[in-house]
Design a protein around this ligand. Structure first.
Ligand code: AMP
Length: 284
């Protein structure tokens, strides 16, 4: 596995493959890798010719400095996992490499307010940072395919809009959520849960599954109230539980109202904020 810290060296290396007509698959991450990330790497290895993974803890997407400081950094273990998985290229840039001209400028996009819903309502400016860094990383890596997880539902939705609006010649491939055996969505933040909290966190997925059934007969308000109560009773601090249209991210009231419906939630358990979602309906 080749490791690059500098953009020019990465580009020169990938240029050699591009000249041979090879397709580049790209998995951007914040590091602290787990099986969820690895499922993206595996997908890329299947679909693309060369897999590039980046590890970059992007300062501009953390709306709280303490969250950025506490974000787990496990470079050695990450590099080992990637090597064992057969990842060809690891890009591990510094803040200066990604932001040589400072961190102020981001892409001009018309997101119709979608970046201030759900996660955006509770993490102001978060998606400005995410879109800013992904746009820069895409310009540096110039991949044919970009692999992202359904785990961050709003994130991949907004990045899909950005790719279309900026006409970036990259295909977005969304991969399913990898879960621990009891149902908790894998996340780099899970290591910060106490053992009992980690067990209890299975309630999030159980609730999403229950709502999946309940929403076929009850309206969204009743489902959302049920979920918020269940979380509170478990001692969690839920921020939101919303049933939304998968394209506009606007609230859906009834099961028949849209062909693509997703339940999204964010919950604090102790000191850790977790997000999860489930597609309740998707008619192709
Ligand atoms: P992160 O390092 O948290 O920014 O995640 C990097 C990529 O991995 C994003 O596209 C995430 O959606 C994806 N990802 C994170 N957790 C999971 C998971 N449990 N299952 C599938 N993909 C995931």
């Amino acid at each position: 596995m080749k490791v690059f810290k500098e953009a020019q060296e990465l580009q020169a290396y990938l240029g050699g493959y591009k000249e041979k007509g090879k397709e580049i698959g790209y998995v951007p991450t914040l590091g602290a890798l787990h099986e969820g990330h690895m499922s993206l790497v595996r997908k890329s290895k299947k679909r693309s010719d060369i897999t590039v993974v980046s590890i970059f803890v992007n300062p501009t997407q953390f709306n709280e400095k303490s969250d950025l400081a506490k974000y787990p950094r496990t470079y050695e273990a990450d590099a080992k996992m990637l090597k064992e998985e057969g990842c060809e290229v690891l890009f591990y840039p510094s803040v200066e490499t990604v932001y040589p001209d400072g961190m102020e400028h981001g892409p001009e996009l018309d997101l119709k307010g979608m970046d201030s819903l759900l996660e955006g309502a509770f993490r102001p400016g978060h998606f400005d940072g995410v879109l800013q860094v992904v746009e820069r990383l895409l310009r540096l890596v110039q991949p044919d395919q970009l692999y992202m997880g359904q785990k961050d539902f709003q994130q991949f939705t907004l990045i899909g809009h950005m790719i279309r609006q900026l006409q970036i010649p990259t295909e977005l491939v969304v991969c399913p959520i990898k879960r621990e055996s009891h149902g908790l969505a894998m996340s780099s933040r899970n290591v910060r849960l106490r053992p009992q909290e980690r067990q209890d966190a299975a309630i999030i997925y159980k609730t999403l599954n229950y709502v999946h059934r309940k929403f076929k007969k009850d309206d969204a308000k009743a489902c959302e109230a049920y979920a918020m109560n269940r979380f509170r009773k478990a001692g969690f601090r839920p921020e939101y539980f919303r049933i939304v249209d998968g394209i506009s991210l606007l609230d859906v009231k009834h099961f028949t109202q849209s062909d693509y419906i997703v339940a999204c939630t964010a919950v604090w358990i102790g000191e850790v904020r977790l997000i999860d979602n489930k597609i309740l309906k998707k008619v192709n």
